[in-house]
Design a protein around this ligand. Structure first.
Ligand SMILES: CC(C)(COP(=O)(O)OP(=O)(O)OC[C@H]1O[C@@H](n2cnc3c(N)ncnc32)[C@H](O)[C@@H]1OP(=O)(O)O)[C@@H](O)C(=O)NCCC(=O)NCCS
Length: 128
């Protein structure tokens, strides 16, 4: 494999496939960053009016799937989840932002890091 920069500044890589030399654009992390935003509605919460962890994990899964799909140019599935920790409760009416980005690419799989931020329209940004 050999990387080079084409005339228009786009970084490309040469790969050999089935005895043919092909070139494709090098994929950078920024090419697949995915940002999703959700408003926490009553149907998303537990009896304490906080967002249910399972609903948040579903949104995180969708964000990661879109990010992985953009990187791989194909539908992807979640093979495993390393670590999830809920450090603060997210309340009814807050705006949740879920940011997903590729942190490592392997032969046929990718590692995706997902960050969650919650925002109350009347208060400050929370980091979770
Ligand atoms: C994930 C899955 C495709 C792996 O299938 P498999 O036949 O074991 O595939 P392989 O052994 O060829 O592995 C393919 C890649 O996945 C990676 N992988 C497989 N299982 C993994 C796991 N539990 N955690 C992390 N990576 C895993 C392998 O390391 C390999 O990566 P690489 O080629 O970059 O080195 C398969 O187990 C599956 O379809 N699981 C269900 C996924 C799903 O439905 N998710 C939704 C949630 S229920």
């Amino acid at each position: 494999m050999q990387a080079y920069s084409s005339g228009n500044g786009i970084k490309k890589i040469q790969i050999q496939k089935e005895n043919k030399i092909m070139s494709r654009k090098i994929k950078e992390v920024k090419d697949s960053i995915t940002v999703m935003t959700q408003l926490v509605m009553p149907n998303d919460t537990n009896p304490l009016n906080n967002l249910m962890g399972g609903n948040l994990m579903r949104w995180m899964d969708v964000g990661a799937a879109i990010c992985g799909g953009k990187h791989c140019e194909e539908y992807v599935v979640t093979a495993s989840v390393d670590h999830v920790s809920f450090e603060r409760a997210i309340q009814l009416g807050e705006v949740v932002t879920i940011k997903s980005y590729v942190t490592r690419a392997f032969a046929t799989s990718v590692e995706i890091f997902v960050e969650v931020f919650a925002w109350h329209l009347r208060h400050q940004l929370k980091f979770l």
